[in-house]
Design a protein around this ligand. Sequence first.
Ligand SMILES: [Zn+2]
Length: 259
Amino acid sequence: MEPDILPDLLAKIQKDFDERTYNSETLKKAIQSLAGKKATYLDVNEFAIEIGKILSEVFKLHVRADILPDGKMYFNIADRLLNATLKKNHELITSFGVDVQTLLNQAVGIRIKAQAPTINKNRVDGLVNKISSAPIFDDVKWVLEEPIINFSQNVADAMLKSNVEFHAEAGLDPKIKRTVSGHKPCDFCKRLAGLHDYDTGNGDDIYTRHERCRCTIEYIPERGKRELVSSSKYKQNKIAEKEREKIEARKKIGIKEKE
Ligand SMILES: [Zn+2]
């Protein structure tokens, strides 16, 4: 049996990743902006792109055909490699995002908790499948480049989206600002640029990015008139829902025990 290359590879990647994130000027700037209570989703966006860039650079350095068995990325390696590293990306970006959202909420006196999305398992699986699908790693190594940055941007976007939805449910009237970036924006991105109401019917398009898209998506909460009443009502509904779930779960336990 061939030795398992993953633990050693992962250790190298993590060490390099930690060093580079520690020394990154872009990350420092974002963290300083948070400390100075000036951070917005533009910082979350920058933070996410930088985290994605660093991971893709570190991949490029360490994940090479010459260290892979048969020069192929086997599913078993890809699965553990991407799950471990992307989980860390997700956690870093959402924990920064939660702090920024908390700051934005507090700035306008919205007393509801910042939301953090769970990791998008479908996206991770998609990348794992793509990278392990080819007999020759060099043919698919691009998957560890731009798509890793795109994955990381999506974490920031999902962060924004979950808070926008939460605020809308709490009775606020969230507006999302999408701005094109770069000198040649495509028609898709140009069409989506502007200020969107939460319920304009553009749906998830507002959060959609093609590869190499550097559009920024922003949300700055504003306190609405209805918020006070609705959010406490919302909270109560949530509590009632939680109680119901508990009772349902208990019921199921009872059924299992009987069986
Ligand atoms: Zn774009």
